[in-house]
Design a protein around this ligand. Structure first.
Ligand code: NAP
Length: 272
């Protein structure tokens, strides 16, 4: 039981397809105790059976990360119900629709501000506000995507948010390292979730990744969950500031793979 004795909080479970659910489940399987959060009352009912499933029906807390007072309230509830925590999963992102398709140049400023606030600043704010209830070898994990590193069609505003998030991980890792707290990200391959459904032509991205990743498969929340559990556990006690790819190897590819016929003529492996 790798996570036995560890307690943590998981933010960003919308349903059982959420990456955060995969991570929470892997931690639970390895003996962790946790609390989970919901965005507002509209989502509380949906999360009740999931909390039961994860053994935390009595630790289902509200937290809209765009509201500073809810993060402070979360700290107070954690202090009262759990004492200290050993891990935080930040699996949250949001960008208004107009930031996720169309021409990049047309991204409105208010959409930019909202995406940065919810998808990036919330990580800094959570780390700062929850620090008083974090143990001195705690681990923080967030979720990124390759579109923060290279161009991906329609990822637009979220690409900028993920690039900023990845640098935030590095600066936070340095700052919190002196307190013994580690901060890492997983850059996950594309997975069909609610958040992903907001990205234009997402099914094409899924097919492209499957065809071109070395493992020739898209990753699952179970796979991301196990890697996340490792980064939250003491197995990774020497790892911080990392962006760890769980993407079937897609990020190492400089070109789509080709096959050669008998005459040495190359053709694309992917026939579309
Ligand atoms: P998801 O199931 O839709 O999870 C996104 C979560 O963010 C939801 O639980 C959503 O809550 C929450 N959220 C949005 N705004 C919030 C706010 N203001 N306060 C608190 N929570 C808020 O989708 P997911 O794909 O698992 O996404 C999780 C993370 O993985 C995101 O950072 C995403 O960018 C990243 N990621 C996803 C993929 C992919 O292909 N799916 C790949 C790489 C990285 P509600 O549902 O209640 O609104």
């Amino acid at each position: 039981m790798i996570m036995k004795g560890k307690k943590g909080i998981v933010l960003g479970i919308a349903n059982k397809r959420s990456i955060a659910y995969g991570i929470a489940n892997a931690c639970r399987e390895q003996g962790a105790e946790m609390a989970i959060t919901f965005l507002n009352e509209r989502f509380e009912g949906k999360l009740t059976p999931i909390a039961e499933d994860l053994g935390c029906s009595d630790r289902l807390y509200p937290c809209d990360v765009s509201k500073a007072e809810e993060i402070v309230a979360l700290r107070e509830t954690i202090a009262k119900d759990m004492g200290q925590i050993d891990f935080i999963v930040h699996s949250i992102a949001f960008a208004p629709k107009e930031g996720l398709d169309g021409r990049f140049i047309n991204i409105p400023k208010d959409a930019f501000d909202v995406a940065m606030n919810i998808s990036v600043y919330s990580l800094i704010e959570l780390a700062r506000e929850l620090k008083p209830v974090m143990s001195d070898n705690a681990s923080i994990l967030t979720l990124s995507y390759y579109g923060g590193e290279k161009y991906i069609p329609n990822y637009n505003l979220m690409g900028i948010a993920k690039a900023t998030l990845e640098m935030t991980v590095k600066y936070l890792a340095e700052d919190l390292g002196k307190d013994g707290i580690r901060v890492n990200a997983i850059s996950a391959g594309p997975i069909k979730t609610l958040a992903a459904a907001g990205i234009g032509e997402f099914s094409f991205i899924l097919k492209w990744n499957q065809a071109n990743a070395p493992l020739k498969k898209n990753v699952t929340i179970h796979q991301v969950g196990n890697s996340g559990m490792y980064l939250l556990s003491d197995l990774s006690s020497g790892v911080t500031g990392e962006i760890h790819y769980v993407d079937g190897g897609y990020n190492v590819m400089g070109m789509p793979a080709v096959e050669f016929d008998d005459k040495g003529k190359p053709s694309l492996v992917w026939k579309g």
